[in-house]
Design a protein around this ligand. Sequence first.
Ligand SMILES: Cc1cc2nc3c(=O)[nH]c(=O)nc-3n(C[C@H](O)[C@H](O)[C@H](O)COP(=O)(O)O)c2cc1C
Length: 209
Amino acid sequence: MVFSPTENEQSLKGKMPRLTDSQITALFREPRTMRKFEDRSVSDDQLRQIQELTYLGPTAFNSQPLRITWIKSIEARERLVKHLIESNREKALQAPINAILSYDRLWMERADVFNPRATESIKGYYTTENRVLSAAQQNANLQAGYFMIATRALGLDVGPLGADFDGLYEEFFSGTDEHPILVVNIGYGIPTKYPRDTRFGYDEVTRSL
Ligand SMILES: Cc1cc2nc3c(=O)[nH]c(=O)nc-3n(C[C@H](O)[C@H](O)[C@H](O)COP(=O)(O)O)c2cc1C
């Protein structure tokens, strides 16, 4: 997918919000974490669009260490829910799609593809197992955030879930270098009756130096 701004968009760049206020509301203020979903399927094309948008978000050296496993079949879903706490099982079972998000510990092996100009710098910097691993985790977690916002931008809802990630590793990724970090239920959500919990305000969480 290639994005080329129109002349009009170029001239407005930096002067206007990218989205209208109502679009910002639709993307940020309105969507809630969903724990129930309508009986309505999500297409492969939608999953493809989620992936494409997610991978446009920034990562260190463009490393993109996130890997996505779509859980579509009933059999795979049964294997997934074994590694969720009891209170999360039903939430995962009735979502049309679950995504297991993982990081790839061997992300550097594709440096010639994701950053051909900096391949040598990457190899020169990520010289210890600790650096390689923390970059994989940090950047995949960032991408997990982009993933949820991209999914919402496309009109779908998300329900992120914690899991027994060691158990999930053994179940789906045993012997590989992919390590799961998050489960995300995806579909058309049925809103909760509970109001949103408090979000911190500007003065509580920012400082200016
Ligand atoms: C990393 C992560 C783990 C989460 N784990 C669970 C979970 O195990 N079960 C659950 O019901 N919600 C889980 N959530 C959802 C959060 O509780 C929810 O997104 C947050 O309270 C904000 O709710 P809101 O979007 O309705 O405002 C998780 C969210 C994230 C990002």
